[in-house]
Design a protein around this ligand. Structure first.
Ligand code: PBG
Length: 330
């Protein structure tokens, strides 16, 4: 027999020599939810182990993230119910929930903060933009609101902005507004390829952001489509996106792999709330081994993602560090 692939699997050392994919804590972005109130650390029912934090609780929460070795977070704001309105104006308030959270975190830590730029957590109707009288989400009017929101996050101290609304032209609109204000070096990570997915269910519970009527299918992508992902990604690259994201991750690895050879920018994939809930539940019930979490994230990297947004970031980082220490000892 000439070819024996098993030769390279014989022991741990030879396997690690030929390993094609690796995962590092610095590849990870940890999404966090910030809410009004004081002393709040409220577990999200549909996402066991994930919490809504009030601003004053964030410094301690961030310390835990840093202790795990995670260097990046993504912030989502959950404003008070009375602050919701038709156009989501609390999203760009200089004293809004995200803006205050950024300031509080930055006064204690230099963790890299990316903010989710969207209106659905702030609008009374729960859609990601401004509505016309007939209920249509008006693309072009929404661009202005998103640009204002992104700028307010950056002015509050955000290191990167990540628009997740899926309006056409929003990357260009945000880039122009940031540049005009002198923030030429603030990168945009675009949720370029975001499908209208059932996997966002737990997030919408966490953020109270489910649409009051209808769904997001007139702006988020139809999950029957793969080729369209190439179009969306190319448009966002042309508009100046610095990082291209695919979302969700695990059920869409074909899309990540398909885009990888085309996109020269770094690519991110978001392992979303529904993916987290499924994995977490299966592990907590003892139905599968906890290593399924690491394996799933390796799969996302193997498909071609450089960066992973994941609610498992902290525990993955701990696992990775423990594994590394083990190697050193041997
Ligand atoms: C806001 C936004 C959503 C998610 C990220 N940003 C919800 C949605 O589009 O309905 C989903 C994240 C997750 O499910 O973990 N538009």
């Amino acid at each position: 027999m000439i070819n024996r692939p098993r030769r390279l699997r014989l022991n741990k050392k030879i396997r690690s020599l030929v390993r094609e994919t690796s995962l590092h804590p610095q590849d990870l972005i940890y999404p966090m939810f910030v809410t009004e109130g004081r002393g709040v650390k409220q577990e999200i029912a549909a996402m066991p182990g994930q919490y809504r934090w009030s601003v004053d609780m964030l410094p301690a929460a961030i310390r835990e993230v840093e202790e795990a070795g995670v260097e990046h977070i993504m912030l989502f704001g959950i404003p008070a119910p009375e602050d919701h309105d038709e156009c989501g104006s609390a999203a760009w308030a200089s004293d809004g929930i995200v803006q205050r959270a950024i300031a509080e975190i930055k006064s204690h830590s230099d963790i890299f903060i990316t903010t989710d730029v969207c209106l659905c957590e702030y609008t009374s109707h729960g859609h990601c933009g401004q509505l016309d009288a007939d209920g249509y989400v008006n693309n072009d009017k929404t661009l202005e609101l998103l640009a204002k929101t992104a700028l307010s996050h950056v002015e509050a101290g955000a290191d990167m902005v990540a628009p997740s609304d899926m309006m056409d032209g929003r990357v260009a609109a945000i880039r122009a507004r940031l540049d005009e204000a002198g923030h030429v070096n603030t990168p945009i990570m675009s949720y370029a390829v975001k499908y209208a997915s059932n996997f966002y269910g737990p997030f919408r519970e966490a953020a109270n952001s489910a649409p009051q009527h209808g769904d997001r299918k007139s702006y988020q992508m139809d999950y029957h489509n793969g080729r369209e992902a190439e179009l969306e990604a190319a448009l966002d690259v042309a508009e100046g996106a610095d990082i291209i994201m695919v979302k969700p991750a695990l059920p869409y690895l074909d899309v990540v792999a398909r885009l990888r050879p085309q996109i020269k920018q770094p690519m991110a994939a978001y392992c979303v709330s529904g993916e987290y809930a499924m994995l977490q539940l299966a592990v907590s019930q003892g139905l599968v081994q906890p290593d399924i979490i690491y394996e799933s994230h390796i799969a996302i990297k193997r498909a071609g993602a450089d960066i992973i947004l994941t609610y498992f970031a902290k525990e993955l980082a701990w696992t990775l560090r423990a594994a590394q220490q083990q190697e050193v000892k041997q």
